[in-house]
Write a protein that binds this ligand. Structure first.
Ligand code: ME8
Length: 645
């Protein structure tokens, strides 16, 4: 079995985990799950970085011993991952004696071969980065990441002869286009390497810092941060003698954000080269989650706690949002409104509706079993081909960490499938026995499309995908290679429609229509209050002004469900263009699954009213003819929210 090894950075324990840490770890978890779907033997590693000045100061601030402090915060990181459905195989702590022994072994080896030497250095040191910065890297004299002025430090220390490996590194990056991805970061590193590299300071005198790993060849010094932390990627594999090292190191890949590009793209490969090891295969570099245009960071305090989001939205929704919203490599802004919008729109409306409509129809029209498909029509074939093509695109994008693109391809098929329901109208086919074969083909096509969509969602939303697979009767069928083909669902097998996949979360109606404050306007006409302008002859007529007061808009129904205990009312979610709930008395004329995707005309400025406990913001217009009721519509597609006048 082919091996795959992916790591996240090991996080500093000077503060609790925030959404930025969660993002890198969700990314790594999703990719590892994806690689498992491809049948690989996967090793997923994360951990905590526990030495250095910053940690000592944080412990002092918390008034506890450093050991107590690191144990507590490291445990918080470990506990942060399961609620997000993140399941690492190994969790390395740099204070583990086994890790410290590996670091000391490497230091001794590199020292013995002459690549570590003793010298004096003066430079600009950023405590936040725990590294020396060059003048060129500063912005207005400050570290661009920590917004603090670096301190000028001059002291005797041990140095790693990094400059010796500069030419080799340039050559290696040039020959391996995917060594650092996305390309912008590869270019950044190559451009940095145009200047001569300085050697890397790897020690601190114990007179200044004791919370590090003693140098095996000089106990007056400790090493910490980069010559300590980066080595976790090896110590977690029981380097040098462990079988895991032999198995996984040749396929190692790392995920980081751009803040630690230099240590990973320059220090680490040169260190590996000095040790006589092959470098990692690929370094995947992502951008920052920002809050109000500024990097979310513990030192700035503008952080979002992943646990709070999970409590409000659920793990799968948060995972989906993080992977869908950020273009890997670029920065993205975080807001709860954006998360809420994606939850309600992409998950509840698009995916949730497709799933529940399809399974309800299979239950009602096919006795909850997979129907035997007949000859596919062009329309059926088109959806099947789109679903299969999507699988190819999904794999291509995930192989390159382009999660947003992979998910856009999946959602394109979800949207097609929702439209396919509207155009094939299974609720009409079921009325005509002549159309039975066609109905079976439509339902089968929907179920197969859903099965393929489910496959793609296992790495992204594991709990949701498991629920979907269970309902479709394909739990455990997760191999992308074996199951990513059309027609695996066996006719006659039971389908078990389950509960709703995603609850709709309450979103404030931002764009609530306000009555226009035009003093010349009259109250809207009603039967009881005839327009003051109505003359006796014109009784029953309303003025133009009164008509103008009525706000008619085009709205798309994006979700529909029955209201418990009412056989007359349906709860509709519409986009007009803002999302709002409308309760409509149409349950005896329309099934919820035939409504989604239709555009109707609504009265948008009707005073909200509660019907069977559900607040209704507007009214859907329909024509009545005896017992028949037919929903209003416009004769062609127009933008949601367009005024009808
Ligand atoms: O640098 N957006 O640890 P650290 C996206 N211990 N990702 C973010 C982020 C944000 N706003 N903020 C943090 C260290 N991250 C070292 C690493 S590795 C051998 C040693 C994530 O706690 C992102 O992965 O400062 C970033 O690279 C990492 O947290 C920095 O974590």
């Amino acid at each position: 079995m082919t091996a795959y090894y992916l790591t996240t950075p090991i996080f500093y324990v000077n503060a609790q985990p925030h959404l930025g840490h969660a993002y890198s770890t969700v990314v790594a978890d999703a990719v590892c799950r994806y690689q498992r779907l491809l049948g690989k033997d996967v090793r997923f590693q994360t951990g905590t970085d526990e030495h250095g000045d910053k940690i000592v100061h944080a412990a002092e601030d918390a008034e506890v011993s450093v050991k107590e402090y690191v144990d507590k915060i490291s445990a918080m990181f470990k506990a942060a991952w399961p609620p997000l459905a993140i399941v690492p195989d190994t969790f390395v702590r740099t204070t583990d004696p086994a890790h410290m022994a590996v670091v000391q072994g490497i230091l001794q080896q590199v020292y013995d071969q002459g690549d570590i030497y003793f010298s004096e250095y003066t430079g600009l040191y950023c405590k936040g980065c725990e590294q020396f910065l060059t003048e060129k890297e500063l912005v207005d004299g400050k570290c661009p990441d920590h917004l603090t002025e670096p301190a000028k430090i001059s002291e005797q220390n041990y140095f790693f002869r990094m400059s010796k490996y500069q030419e080799w590194l340039i050559d290696h990056i040039s020959k391996h286009p995917e060594f650092i991805t996305p390309e912008r970061y590869r270019n950044e590193v190559l451009s940095f390497l145009k200047e001569p590299l300085e050697d890397l300071c790897i020690s601190r005198p114990t007179t200044r810092l004791t919370w590090g790993i003693p140098l095996p060849f000089d106990s007056r010094f400790v090493t910490y941060v980069w010559f300590d932390a980066l080595i976790n990627y090896l110590s977690g594999l029981d380097y040098p003698a462990g079988e895991d090292f032999a198995r996984y190191w040749p396929v190692a890949e790392h995920v980081i954000a751009k803040d630690i590009l230099k240590p990973h793209a320059i220090y680490w490969p040169t260190m590996l080269k000095a040790m006589g090891l092959e470098p990692y295969q690929r370094l995947h570099v992502h951008g920052y989650w920002n809050m109000n245009e500024t990097k979310m960071s513990k030192s700035l305090g503008n952080v979002v706690r992943p646990g709070e989001l999970v409590a409000e939205f659920g793990a799968d929704s948060v995972r989906y949002f993080l992977l869908r919203e950020m273009s890997f490599g670029l920065d993205a802004g975080f807001s709860k409104e954006a998360l809420m919008a994606r939850h309600n729109s992409d998950l509840t409306n698009d995916l949730g509706n497709l799933f529940s409509r399809s399974l309800t129809m299979v239950k009602n029209f096919a006795a909850s079993v997979v129907p035997q498909p007949g000859m596919p029509s062009a329309q059926d074939q088109e959806l099947a081909e789109a679903a299969l093509a999507m699988l190819g695109q999904y794999r291509e994008h995930l192989d390159h960490f382009a999660f947003h693109r992979a998910l856009a391809a999946v959602w394109e098929v979800i949207s097609r499938a929702n439209k396919y329901i509207v155009s094939t109208q299974p609720w009409e086919l079921v009325k005509d026995p002549q159309q039975a074969a066609q109905l079976s083909t439509v339902l089968y096509t929907l179920l197969e499309t859903l099965r393929l969509i489910t496959l793609t969602l296992h790495p992204i939303m594991p709990e949701t995908a498991a629920k979907m697979a269970e309902a479709l009767g394909v739990a455990g069928e997760t191999s992308l290679t074996d199951c990513g083909v059309w027609g695996r669902l066996v006719p006659g097998r039971a389908i078990t429609p389950g509960a709703q996949l995603f609850p709709r979360l309450q979103q404030e109606v931002k764009d609530k229509p306000q009555p226009q404050k035009n003093k010349t306007m009259k109250e809207p006409a009603s039967e009881k209050t005839p327009s003051p302008e109505a003359t006796p002859e014109a009784e029953g007529l309303i003025s133009f002004d009164a008509f103008q007061n009525l706000e008619l808009r085009v709205a798309e129904i994006v979700a529909a469900e029955k209201i418990a205990k009412s056989d007359r009312l349906l709860k509709l979610t519409v986009k007009a263009p803002e999302e709002r709930t409308i309760v409509a008395g149409i349950a005896q004329h329309y099934q919820p699954e035939e409504l989604v995707g239709r555009q109707v005309i609504i009265v948008a400025n009707l005073k909200p009213a509660k019907l069977m406990g559900v607040a209704s913001h507007g009214m859907v217009l329909a024509a009545k003819e005896g017992d028949r009721l037919v929903l209003s519509a416009v004769s062609g597609p127009v933008a949601n929210g367009s005024r009808v006048a």
